[in-house]
Design a protein around this ligand. Structure first.
Ligand code: ASP
Length: 591
């Protein structure tokens, strides 16, 4: 037997018991005749005491223990004279009578503690040690409980978990595919799924009316800070449902997860159309923990002789409450420069400080009287001490830029409060996006998304301009400005699906070659269906009030898509390359 208890378990009520613990040496301290060792496992830390006077050999052995040695120790639980209120086991210690070193350890390259001195790369390389640190362990254990609860909830709702294949044919979800060469089919490749999208739709045709899977998805995207080439989704699909059924089911799941995993009641989720979200917040994933809503100023800012605004499609601003005194001329200059960085690309930034006595201080004071500016202030309901920021230009761009400023001000003003959760359904996305450069439409969600029922007819028969205005039966769940998931009602009719592929620039032959199986299935009794997928890693991070999904993945990849521990991607042997027809063989080269 290695242990009678774990290292987080013993309490004052256990005093007097004979116990055996096993774990890792966190730290050792010598005090003359006494040696203290903190023994750690995933449940906690227990203090071991070795007494020189009782057993000199054992004490000598204890003094030789290094950090991260794996040991087991037998002894009696006793009350500590010097209690540690910060530890669950802080009232007791173990008077050790026997100890065995189960395995020695080299000195770890960074400290295995809540706060570590190890840099990112080092911790990734020695992930097994990083995973011993309490905050990392806590996240992984939390993730497990969210997964188990998800399964439990969905199973109770009648969902069936079905595994779909990992070696498939490309599914366009807007990213590049990872591909796997087929040895048995020279020159041919599988693709790793960007999502199980087509398979889950096929399952609906097969009659499994409620499907889910907690599933790995793969997208070969340029890596941004919070992206992983492989990530996990809670993937779902349902038959004979409207948008309402799906939103209710997954609002139910989300509320249940917050309730069971955090003890938080989220209340009902508000809904907002895509258009409204852009108009009020300049983003299709607004952070609703704070207001600072956009107000359009065209009406009051144009036609007063300020050429920049006069020629702009949109003049729009936000009001930062009580911020006037926080911005000196220098601060405003700095913020303007921040807005002008290429990542945001604003041309300039206009401000108006509300003095409160009917006067204003503004960068465009030359063009606007106090009376004019009063009309602006009224749009925002601004009061003394408030700061108004205004941008102008082409509508889409200007809104995006102002969204960045709103978020920045939210951060500076401490409005993104930890522990505050503001969920939101964004609905009625456009079906198609026109891309000026490639002169073609892209699917805003994916090519299987249905237009809203009332737009079906226009989609089949309308002209080019009509297509730009089509609305999709698509929806996203957003929490605190983070997109948790999205989905849609699907097309289940061959003709409409064929039309959509055509709009997306597929020839009939291409559509048939890539998706003939799906369109074929639509001809054999496909029920109306729809679904959704949540980003599981992200959901876990948001639940925990954290930003990095990496901290919720046991073995994540770094910014360049590399697994630092196993050091991959890596070359494969020439022989393996040849077997996979990835390089001409030596013989071919000769010929
Ligand atoms: N397959 C979609 C995605 O991965 C989700 C869905 O439409 O259900 O985003």
């Amino acid at each position: 037997m290695y242990r009678s208890h774990n290292c987080g378990e013993l309490r004052i009520s256990d005093v007097g018991s004979e116990v055996k613990l096993s774990g890792w040496v966190q730290v050792g301290r010598d005090f003359g005749g006494l040696t203290f060792v903190d023994l750690r496992d995933r449940y906690g830390i227990t203090q071991l005491v070795f007494n020189e006077e009782e057993d000199a050999d054992l004490s000598a052995k204890a003094r030789k223990l290094g950090r991260e040695f794996v040991i087991s120790a037998t002894g009696k639980v006793r009350e500590r004279s010097n209690k540690n209120p910060n530890r669950s086991t802080g009232d007791i210690e173990i008077e050790v009578s026997a100890m065995e070193v189960l395995n020695a350890s080299k000195t770890p390259p960074f400290t295995i503690e809540t706060e570590t001195d190890g840099g990112e790369d080092l911790r990734m390389k020695y992930r097994y040690m990083d995973l011993r640190r309490p905050p990392v362990q806590e996240n992984i254990i939390f993730r497990s409980s969210v997964a188990i609860q998800t399964r439990k909830y969905l199973a109770e709702q009648g969902f069936i978990e079905v595994e779909t294949p990992v070696l498939i044919k490309s599914t366009p979800e807007g990213a590049r595919d990872f591909v796997v060469p087929s040895r048995m089919n020279p020159g041919q490749f599988y693709a790793l799924p960007q999502s199980p999208q087509t398979f889950k739709q096929i399952l609906m045709v097969s009659g499994f009316d409620k499907y889910f899977q907690i599933v790995k998805c793969f997208r070969d995207e340029d890596l941004r800070a919070d992206r992983q080439p492989e990530f996990t989704q809670i993937d779902c699909e349902m038959s004979f449902v409207t948008r309402e059924d799906i939103l209710n089911t997954f609002e139910g799941l989300t509320k249940n997860l917050f309730q069971t995993c955090l003890g938080r009641d989220l209340g009902n989720f508000p809904r907002m159309s895509y258009d409204e979200a852009l108009e009020r917040f300049g983003s299709d994933k607004p952070d609703l923990r704070f207001g600072m809503e956009f107000k359009e100023l065209n009406e009051v800012a144009k036609g007063k002789g300020f050429p920049v605004f006069d020629s702009a499609e949109l003049v729009v601003g936000i009001c930062a409450e009580g911020q006037a005194d926080n911005f000196s001329n220098k601060d405003i200059k700095k913020l303007t420069e921040w807005m002008q960085r290429p990542q945001i690309g604003a041309k300039g930034l206009v401000y108006v400080k509300v003095n409160g006595d009917g006067t204003f201080k503004s960068s465009v004071g030359k063009f606007y009287s106090d009376e004019d500016l009063q009309a602006w202030a009224e749009k925002f309901g601004a009061k003394a001490g408030d700061m108004i920021f205004v941008l102008s230009g082409e509508t889409d761009k200007t809104r995006k830029q102002l969204n960045e400023l709103r978020l920045e001000m939210g951060r500076r003003m401490g409005l993104m409060k930890e522990g505050d959760y503001k969920p939101l359904w964004v609905v009625d996305f456009p079906l198609l996006e026109w891309d000026e450069d490639s002169e073609r439409f892209h699917a805003m969600h994916h090519p299987f998304t249905a237009p809203k029922k009332e737009d079906e007819e226009r989609m089949l028969n309308g002209d080019h301009e009509t297509m730009k205005a089509l609305r999709a039966d698509a929806y996203d769940l957003v929490i605190n400005g983070v997109e948790i998931g999205g989905g849609s009602i699907r097309i289940h009719d061959r003709a409409l699906q064929a039309k959509n592929f055509k709009l997306l620039g597929f020839s009939d032959e291409e559509a048939e070659a890539q998706f003939g199986f799906l369109m074929g299935a639509f001809e054999y009794g496909a029920p109306p269906h729809g679904g959704i997928a949540f980003g599981f890693d992200r959901l876990c991070a948001v639940l925990k009030g954290q930003y990095s999904i990496r901290d919720f993945i046991a073995f994540p990849k770094n910014n360049t898509g590399r697994d630092m521990m196993i050091n991959t991607p890596s070359p494969i042997a020439g022989e393996q390359m040849e077997e996979l027809y990835l390089e001409s063989t030596a013989k071919d080269k000769e010929a």
